[in-house]
Design a protein around this ligand. Sequence first.
Ligand SMILES: C[S@@+](CC[C@H](N)C(=O)[O-])C[C@H]1O[C@@H](n2cnc3c(N)ncnc32)[C@H](O)[C@@H]1O
Length: 259
Amino acid sequence: MDLSDEQWLASWRSEQKPQPEGWSFSDLETRMTETPVPWDIDLVYRTALADATSVLDMGTGGGEFLLTFANSLPRDTVATEGWAPNVLAARRNLQAVGVDVVEYSAPDEDVDSLPMPFPDDRFDLVLNRHESYSPRELARVIAPGGRFVTQQVGGDEAHEIGQWFGEHAELPHVNLAHCARELEEAGFEVTEAEEHVGKYLFNDVAALVAYLQLVPWDAPSGFTVDAYAEDLLALHRETGGGPVRLTQKRFWLRAVLCA
Ligand SMILES: C[S@@+](CC[C@H](N)C(=O)[O-])C[C@H]1O[C@@H](n2cnc3c(N)ncnc32)[C@H](O)[C@@H]1O
């Protein structure tokens, strides 16, 4: 059946929803795939946790990922979260495993502008998946010899959004070379690191619209189906109603604070 432009727009409008609390893409499971990263971040986390005694998980979301390590967490484990709906969700979810959630997030525009709400030398392991951080503050709250393990989303991924919609907020300095240099300048030694370029594959434009509801910072400002109707219809024609591809970028590193 050949739908009219208005019918396509109506089907995309039905994908518009308020961003849910927590951090999960499971609702898109059958409509979106990502290239798996070539490293095993679960193993990296488990190995790091094996001999850790005081752990911080930064930007825990709703605590979903941290909870998958519940059996490996030391008694002294704390999480931070900065997005108000997720502060509540994380507190609710992590209470059962005795993890306190402290409200904090390093502002993307100036990561050093807000001190981390912890004393000096507080942790021997800081975990961080897809959250901004201040190398200077990490060097303060991690004890000498302590470790920082992070996986990051490359700040220039999904550049196609800029081509399709005329605007895409990028953080081009969020790449492995720059982040490793910053950590080294703050007093860390980077002991292992890897970078990866892959693809997100969405079944169609509707799945892309659904994805942008979950990661609003990847959407152009004021993104709604109606505000970007012409661009969405052009993308739909360009892809023949089929899959839509976006560049995916990831890197991870482990760093040790020099004594
Ligand atoms: C990408 S999430 C990663 C969560 C978790 N570390 C994980 O790996 O599953 C990083 C942070 O973005 C936050 N976040 C989600 N939606 C947000 C929004 N609309 N505005 C600001 N922060 C948001 C999450 O709550 C979380 O702290």
